[in-house]
Structure formats: C-alpha cells, structure tokens
Design a protein around this ligand. Structure first.
Ligand code: TYD
Ligand code: MG
Length: 481
C-alpha cells in the first residue's frame, strides 16, 4: 500500500502535523495549517537503492580565496551586502508590500546591466508592461536588463541554462514561483521551499547570484518562506514607515559579510535616492526645543546614526494606561518605565506613554535607554532638554547607567553635526581620549538624570508659569497618582 504522505503544514513556520488543528504548537499562530503533500521529489524505491559514494575530508587550515564579488552600482546596497554580491550566492530581500523592493531592484539591476553584466529580472507578480512602466518612470528604459514574466521554476532554470551564465537573477517574488516536483499550490510552504531549493541549486552550480524577493506578514516575518531564511546566504530586510519617505535596508543574516549594517534610501518621485549621511536626514526636521524630545547617538552596523526620540506622557482617562511605541522594542520601554517608577519615584501608572523614533528608523540597541528615559521625563515634567546634547547609555534594572560599545564613533558623529554636549555613562568618559570636541556629562544613574531634568522643569516653572510652580517636583513623590 502506498504510504500516505499528506500532512498539515503550518504556513507561518513550516512545522508539519499529521492531523489538522487550529493552533500551530510550534509558532503559536492560529489557522495557519494547510494540507500539503510532503513526500518530496525522490520516490522511496529509488532512495533505498542508491549507494553512497565516498568523498575526501579536508582540514580546517588552508587558504581559500576571498569570495569573488561584484558591485551593484549603489553604494548603500553594497554596504549592506558587505561589499557587493558574491558569485553563486542567494539573497532574500524581504519587506512589506509597496515598500519599494521592486523599485530598488529595478534600479540596481539597471545599473549593473549598464556596466556590461548579463542581468535577468523575472517578475512573477507584475506583467512585463508594468515592469517597463516603472523602468520608464525611473528613466532606466535603455538599460539592457533581460526581462520575463514567468512563474515556473523548471522553465526559468532551462531558459537561463542557455547562453552565457547571468551575473545576477532577480526573482520577484519567491511566493509566486512553483515547481512540478511537488504537488502543493503556489505560495504554500512546500512550494516555496522546493522552488527556492531548485533556484539555490542553480546558483551554486552556475555561479550566478540570485536575489529572491519575499513578502512579509503583518508581524514582520517573511511570510511562508521563513524556511527559506535558513537556506539562503543572506537575508536583507527593507523597512520604513509607509507615510515616511525614508527606507532602510538592513542585513539580518549574511554569510559573506557583517549583519546589522544598514543602507538608507529616500523614496522620491524618481525612485530611491541613496542617503549617504543619515544623521542629517533624521535630524533635518527636528522640533528644536520641544519638551519630550532627545537626540540619541546610535550605531547601525559600523556607522554612527543620530536620531531623535520623541515621547509624549499624558494623564490617562482609561483604567489601563496606553503604552505605544514606534521604532523601538516595547518590552524595552516597559523596562525603562519600571525602572523610572521603582528607583526614581517617577509615577507613570496614571499616564499614557507614547514613544516614537523619528524618520521611520527602527532601533535595536539597548544604548537608546538613556535617551528614551530623558525624553519620557522631559515630557512628563514639561521641561525641554538642552538642544545641543546627545544621549546614550544602557539602563540596568537597578537604575545604573551602563557603558555601551563604540563611544568614540558616537561622539565624533555628534561633534560633526554641531552638538556641544553628550550625556553618557561615567565609565565611557575614559574611552574618548578627552579630545572629543564635546563637553561630556557623565550620568551615573537614572536618578541623577531625573533630578537634573526635574530641576530644569522647576526653573522653567518659576519663570514662565508661576501657577505650576509646585506641581512639577511633586510628581516625583512616590505613591502620588
Ligand atoms: P514597489 O517597488 O512596487 O514596492 P514592492 O515591490 O516592495 O511592493 O514600490 C511601490 C511604491 O513606491 C508605490 O507606492 C509607489 C512608490 N514609488 C515612488 O514613490 N516613486 C517611484 O519612482 C516608484 C517607481 C515608486
Ligand atoms: Mg514588487
């Protein structure tokens, strides 16, 4: 009797079950299980007859040449890939629909094709006419990119096996591809995995680089092909707030280069423009001198990036106050709020708290704790922070401000952009060599920072709003609601 190979596969994480259930126990998602044939392409009868061949085992020592790379023609893209595309490598580019993945790849492929490489762009989502229209809008119609609207992996592989090996192949998107070797419908995990496998095999065999475009679900995971993330050499994520024109390309995984390196772009009417100095961009529309804003001196990959954190703390009308955060880790915010309450006597349980990272950047560093705390307290007491100061430092659960990496690079960037002061962890002061060009204010603990900002608030209260004179410091009393 033939073995039944149908099983239920979670479309989010790829876990397989032999019966249907509402919730995937592996990733916790609901209603993601779909029936698929998971038998694979090799029949059992053949598999069992195949005799293993022997191969030579190598030693760990020995020289391997550097991976041969070629430039994409866009400096920001090269930065993220670690210096250009590696031959025979496969990249996955993920991002929300409409973020600009096709635009970015149309621009990059056109530049490479103009430089004389054979570049193939396979669109599984858009008709040729649509791709042409975009190229026309970008002023790239004359670029010798080879274009096709195809979705069958077998057809694509046989077509590309003819003639010169392409330098780069773009597959837009992997979810639209399908292969005959498996039975499932296009877009299912099994199809996506099998299609990606076939394309990866082609890349490794011929030395052509392949870029797979992948869609992203609402919670930021690359949909379906999370399984693909493990198979490819690099995963790049294209991020940005829909309403903002800034776009950030981030390396999430890279077998041939550093991760956490970012490339910054601006979406214009004529496509994506590379932004070589992101700090200037993120600070360009600063609300100078508004309470609740602090400038964070951050590091993205190897590059320092200055960005404004904006906080709003307002009395709540709800039983459970709101905590909303854009561009930063919500659990990190909860931690900073808890430390403020527990160690500094700042009572926030009666307040809604909003925190926003300006410009659509997403910060992953704990070094932003100090800037976030400063912005929060500044908003609470309605006291403006010094406009010429940057903040960085990690806050521990005991309220101590801890040192962070790469202090000199952060200070240099701040000085370059005309900042005069840096609020930083005490121990970081020694690392700067004393010639940072900024005045350095060490902040030992969060209590010190809160007291300083509160003092600014009360000073301001005395001169401008006598009625509020006693209100501000009183908010710091423990237990006051
Ligand atoms: P697109 O590259 O199609 O996104 P994706 O492939 O990630 O789904 O980009 C779509 C958006 O970009 C669309 O809303 C229009 C905008 N856009 C511009 O603002 N300027 C341009 O020059 C182009 C080509 C697109
Ligand atoms: Mg697209």
């Amino acid at each position: 009797m033939a073995k039944n190979t149908l099983s239920f596969v979670c479309q989010n994480c790829g876990a397989a079950y032999n019966r249907w259930q509402g919730k995937c126990e592996s990733c916790g998602e609901w209603n993601t299980l779909a029936e698929e044939d998971t038998s694979g392409s090799v029949p059992v009868s053949i598999r069992s007859k195949r005799k293993g061949r022997t191969f030579a085992l190598e030693s760990l020592a020995g020289k391997s040449p550097d991976a041969p790379r070629f430039s994409s023609g866009m400096a920001e893209l090269d930065r993220v890939t670690g210096g250009g595309f590696v031959r025979g490598s496969v990249l996955l580019v993920g991002g929300d629909p409409g973020i600009g993945k096709s635009t970015l790849l149309t621009q990059a492929t056109s530049l490479m094709a103009r430089a004389g490489h054979r570049i193939v762009y396979i669109s599984g989502e858009e008709a040729i006419a649509q791709v042409r229209l975009r190229a026309e809008r970008l002023g790239l119609s004359d670029a010798p990119v080879q274009l096709a609207a195809e979705t069958s992996v077998e057809d694509i592989v046989s077509t590309l096996s003819e003639g010169a090996v392409p330098r780069l192949i773009v597959i837009d998107s992997i979810q639209t591809m399908w292969t005959d070797t498996v039975e499932s419908a296009p877009g299912t995990v099994t199809q996506v995995r099998a299609s990606a496998q076939a394309l990866i095999r082609f890349a490794k065999k011929t030395g052509a680089a392949i870029i797979l475009v992948g869609h992203v679900t609402k919670d930021g995971q690359i949909a379906g092909p999370r399984v693909v993330e493990h198979m490819v050499d690099a995963v790049l994520s294209f991020e940005g707030e829909g309403s903002q024109q800034f776009r950030i390309l981030r390396a999430v995984k890279n077998r041939f280069g550093p991760t956490d390196e970012i490339g910054v772009f601006e979406m214009t009417g004529l496509g994506l423009r590379e932004v070589t100095n992101p700090s200037e961009l993120f600070l360009s529309e600063r609300d100078l001198g508004t309470p609740g804003t602090a400038v964070f001196a951050g590091i993205e990959g190897t590059r320092p990036v200055l960005v404004e954190l904006q906080a709003l703390v307002a009395p709540t009308s709800l039983g459970t106050p709101r905590r909303a955060v854009v561009g930063w880790d919500p659990s990190r915010l909860s931690m900073v709020l808890a430390v403020l309450e527990a160690h500094c006597g700042v009572k926030l349980s009666g307040h809604d708290v909003y925190l926003n990272v300006a410009g659509g950047l997403r910060i992953h560093e704990p070094a932003a704790d100090l800037a976030a705390a400063a912005a929060l307290v500044s908003s609470l007491v309605n006291a403006q922070l010094p406009t010429d100061a940057v903040y960085f430092g990690e806050i521990s659960l005991s309220g101590v401000v801890r040192p962070v990496a790469q202090t000199p690079a952060r200070l240099k960037e701040a000085a370059k952009l005309g900042f005069q002061r840096a609020m930083l962890p005490e121990s970081a002061r020694g690392e700067t060599g004393g010639d940072a060009g900024l005045s350095l204010n060490a902040v030992n603990s969060l209590t010190t920072l809160v007291a300083e900002i509160a003092a600014r608030g009360s000073r301001r209260g005395e001169s401008n709003a006598p009625a509020e004179k006693n209100a501000t410091p009183a908010r710091f009393r423990r237990g006051e609601g």
